[in-house]
Write a new protein. Structure first.
Length: 185
């Protein structure tokens, strides 16, 4: 019997009809049955302030606990102004603090993103990789997954269109193997 793997999904967009949320929900359907997923909400986190390190707010403690319980983390992020959204950077900072209490440590990471632009989320993903390296998160390098949004990419049932499914399935398969190889199980 295979180990059960719990994967946290962090979406870097707060928009209700976010393309990245649609992609994340379709993505989790592509994994084997021994992978389960938990979306980790970053929308209610306060802005990181080092003054709070002595008395970490309960919402941050709960957030950090969710991360700790995961065997891996998938980041699905848009690109804002050639970088990651501020809300995602804030979540990364909250999860890594106070100093010495890095909830992200050792969690195998996968990164993908969707945008309407031609370069998609390439620069945001590179910036995110820099932070994840510092946080000691082994990160799937290949295949990279930069998606240019098109109408119908995700259908009304929440599945990928055939035009994208094979490519994204290859990413999901690679990430699943990466987690199995790099998780602490």
């Amino acid at each position: 019997m295979s180990n059960q793997y719990q994967i946290g999904v962090v979406v870097g967009s707060l928009r209700t009809d976010s393309y990245n949320k649609l992609v994340a929900n379709a993505l989790i359907k592509l994994f084997p049955a021994h992978f389960s997923f938990q979306f980790i909400d970053i929308s209610q986190l306060p802005l990181y302030n080092q003054d709070a390190d002595q008395h970490v707010p309960a919402i941050v403690t709960g957030f950090k606990s969710q991360i700790t319980q995961c065997d891996g983390i998938i980041f699905v992020t848009p690109e804002y102004n050639r970088s990651i959204p501020g809300v995602l950077k804030n979540a990364i900072d909250q999860g890594s603090r106070p100093w010495g209490d890095n909830s992200w440590n050792g969690k195998p990471a996968g990164i993908l993103g969707v945008s309407i632009g031609n370069i998609s989320t390439a620069i945001a993903q590179q910036h995110l990789r820099n932070s994840l390296a510092f946080l000691n998160m082994p990160t799937l390098n290949q295949p990279e997954c930069y998606l240019k949004w098109f109408d119908g990419m995700v259908d009304e049932q929440g599945n990928f269109a055939p035009k994208s499914k094979e490519f994204i399935q290859a990413w999901a398969d690679a990430y699943a193997q990466f987690v199995i190889k790099n998780s602490s199980k």
